[in-house]
Design a protein around this ligand. Structure first.
Ligand code: NAD
Ligand code: MG
Length: 394
């Protein structure tokens, strides 16, 4: 296992933050500042003002910008000089610097290669980028088991499961139960879902997150991804992973054991808590939060409406089918969500585009990152075509 302290001095290793300008990245920077952890590198797709601001707050960290505009490139060089590098190779180089705790807060399948590079270098990956495991599960698991690297989940449900499983024997686990908030459309009828707007879909009731995962929460595709993520993280079959809707997002997930015991992890919905835990595990550091008020709200649970939110079962189907099916699921969903956000397809067509793409493409073996990226590209092409057809039909 990775040692997270430098030379046993109890000073945490330096952090690398990928996706530093996003929701997870910004909250990771807050955690780093509050715990006074050194940040060695930050990376983002664009060379935005947010990135430059973050670079200024961490004066000796190196910066990678993966896809800058010409103006941004100039601005970054002017502001950061030799501290900045550009492009995908620079991103992989930063992820693969040894002796780091790498927080991967990139969105989409673009997070896969950096996850593998970080694991190959023997680093701890505090993994928020669930697409790494959804698209490239077998490849990521192989990278984590082959070397000294390790994955500690940041996704709140998987952090909860991790905490419930500490000290337990694998064979005593009967079931993993993932909680889902149900998103903004939990109570809407199928008919009402036909006309929901982008603004309504972006208004998540309990979590404030980036646009893609927020839409995925509204379709329940996010929960489908999390089922697949749990399958790979905990090597547990799909028929022992369940989903329950819990609108308050206080119970972050549960483990049921063979003796009938249920263990759950609870807390306010605040991603800084699982981010911090993934960095400091197995240690716990104070987060200076107010004591939790158990009497503040009831805790409710209900079954997911699987027929009205078909993405959940598409995810189970892709997970059980295995091999490249989850990579297709993810790529098609990335394309469909982008099309919904642009107003090119209606909300309910997201599931249709994903289902059509899964139906259309052959399922193949995945042996390495290149295999996953090839499937990802094929699936994007097919999904883009299905989006166009949907748009024409409208
Ligand atoms: P976001 O959209 O707010 O931020 C995404 C970040 O990724 C940005 O910094 C962006 O510059 C960077 N990025 C995008 N494409 C890139 C590329 N090709 N190369 C390098 N960097 C790239 O997203 P987010 O909400 O912070 O989510 C990040 C990941 O964490 C997602 O996988 C999401 O599912 C997961 N996650 C997020 C939350 C949350 O609360 N936001 C909770 C659980 C899991
Ligand atoms: Mg989650």
């Amino acid at each position: 296992m990775v040692d997270l302290f430098v030379d046993g001095t109890r000073q945490l290793k330096s952090l690398t933050i990928l996706g530093a300008t996003g929701s997870i990245g910004r909250q990771t920077l807050e955690v780093a500042e509050s715990l006074d952890i050194h940040v060695a590198g930050i990376a983002a797709y664009r060379g935005s003002d947010d990135l430059l601001l973050a670079a200024r707050r961490q004066p000796d960290c190196r910066v990678v910008v993966v896809g800058p505009t010409a103006d941004e490139r100039e601005q970054c060089v002017a502001a950061l000089g030799t501290r900045v590098a550009f492009g995908e190779d620079a991103l992989l180089g930063m992820a693969g610097e040894p002796e780091r705790i790498v927080v991967n807060g990139i969105v989409g399948a673009a997070g896969l290669a950096p996850t593998v590079a970080a694991l190959d270098a023997g680093n701890r990956v505090a993994l928020a980028n669930k697409e790494s495991l959804v698209a490239g599960g077998p490849v990521v698991v192989a990278a984590a088991t082959a070397g000294d690297g390790e994955i500690i989940p940041v996704d709140s449900e998987h952090s909860a499961l991790w905490q419930c499983l500490v000290g337990e024997q694998e064979e005593t686990v009967r079931r993993l139960i993932l909680t889902a908030s149900g998103g903004p459309f939990r109570g809407r009828s199928r008919h009402e879902l036909e006309s929901v707007t982008v603004e309504e879909a972006l208004a998540h009731p309990t979590w404030s997150m980036g646009p893609r995962i927020t839409i995925d929460s509204a379709t329940l595709m996010n929960k489908a991804f999390e089922v697949i993520e749990a399958h790979y993280l905990y090597a547990i079959p799909y028929d022992r992973i369940d989903v329950v809707v819990h609108p308050q997002s206080i119970v972050h997930s549960l483990v049921e054991f063979v003796d009938g015991t249920l263990k759950a992890e609870l807390g306010d919905p605040d991603m800084r808590v699982p981010i911090q835990y993934a960095i400091t595990y197995p240690a716990r550091y104070s987060a200076n939060l107010d004591p939790f008020d158990l009497t503040a709200s009831p805790l409710e649970f209900e079954p997911p409406r699987r027929d009205d939110f078909p993405c959940l079962d598409l995810g189970y189907w892709a997970g059980r089918t295995g091999r490249s099916a989850p990579a297709v699921l993810n790529a098609a969903d990335e394309v469909a969500v982008a099309a919904f956000l642009d107003g090119r397809i209606p909300f309910l067509a997201i599931a249709d585009v994903v289902a059509a793409t899964l139906d259309y493409l052959p399922i193949v073996e995945l042996n390495n990152v290149a295999d996953v990226l090839a499937v990802d590209a094929e699936a994007r092409k097919a999904a883009t075509r299905f989006v166009e057809v949907t748009g024409e039909v409208r």
